[in-house]
Design a protein around this ligand. Structure first.
Ligand SMILES: Nc1ncnc2c1ncn2[C@@H]1O[C@H](COP(=O)(O)OP(=O)(O)OP(=O)(O)O)[C@@H](O)[C@H]1O
Length: 243
């Protein structure tokens, strides 16, 4: 049985079909990349899996349970946690407090939550900034904090929405290494990335969206050779070059 099984997921915004009958699955411990040009529907798809948007059609199963239309809190408690493309720490709280918020999903004990938060902060390389206010962190550290807070909820599946966006090449390499370490902890990862070069080397499998539809799926090597994928990305590169 797949960890996450998605059947024909559809989302409309008025007349626009942002996701059209997208099916896919993620197995336990797998790293799956979700790529596609701007407006392809990646964030919308994520938002439905995490319970932030209600689908207009289709079903989502997690560990065999139908979680379609459930609240983000319910889905998080079941073991799916997402990060946001635009990082959203509690700016006036300390780094430690931010991560304790995640840990409180699984424990009511402040002592326990603190211990777990400290462990996660050690793992994510933020242990020396425990008492910093979140607003004082660099973008790269805010992204680490976002990851730490998500990890503190003890997910089985982590949805990462463009965690590398806005990072320098060195910070990107560090983020990739952190993702590898997260995977080693047995957590499955579903990664949205705009930049193909980042997601291809770490993903076991890649799903490609374009215009709200799934246009390809396979190993990174298979997908990179797919004519439809090349075409959609060439269009994107023209766009980037001209923009
Ligand atoms: N809340 C919304 N209301 C109306 N239209 C929306 C909404 N969210 C997304 N859309 C539209 O749905 C389409 C898919 O958007 P989405 O953000 O899912 O794409 P994306 O692949 O994540 O893009 P990007 O790489 O730019 O983040 C776009 O045409 C977008 O304008």
């Amino acid at each position: 049985m797949a960890l996450l099984e998605i059947q024909k997921l559809t989302k409309r915004f008025g007349g626009l079909v942002a996701n059209r009958e997208i099916s896919m699955q993620i197995d336990e411990g797998e790293i799956v990349g979700l790529i596609g040009p701007n407006g392809a529907g990646k964030s919308t798809f994520f938002a439905m899996v995490a319970g932030f948007y209600q689908p207009d059609g289709g079903r989502i199963f997690f560990n065999g349970e139908d979680i379609t239309g459930r609240s983000p809190e319910y889905i998080c408690r079941k073991g799916i946690t997402r990060t946001f493309q635009i990082v959203k720490p509690f700016e006036d709280m300390t780094v430690l407090e931010n991560v304790m918020v995640g840990a409180f999903l699984r424990t009511a004990s402040p002592t326990r939550a603190r211990k777990e938060a400290e462990e996660v902060l050690e793992f994510t390389g933020l242990a020396n900034k425990l008492d910093w206010e979140a607003k004082g962190l660099t973008i790269a550290d805010k992204k680490r904090l976002e990851l730490a807070r998500a990890l503190a909820t003890k997910p089985k599946l982590l949805l990462l929405d463009e965690v590398m966006a806005g990072l320098t090449p060195t910070e990107t390499l560090e983020a990739v290494e952190l993702i590898r370490q997260i995977h080693k902890r047995g957590i499955a990862l579903f990664i949205v990335e705009h930049v193909m070069e980042v997601v291809m080397p770490i993903s076991h499998r890649v799903v490609v969206l374009d215009g709200g539809e799934k246009i390809a799926e396979g190993t990174p090597e298979e997908v990179a050779k797919d004519p439809r994928v090349i075409k959609s990305y060439l269009g994107e590169m023209d766009h980037v070059a001209s923009g």
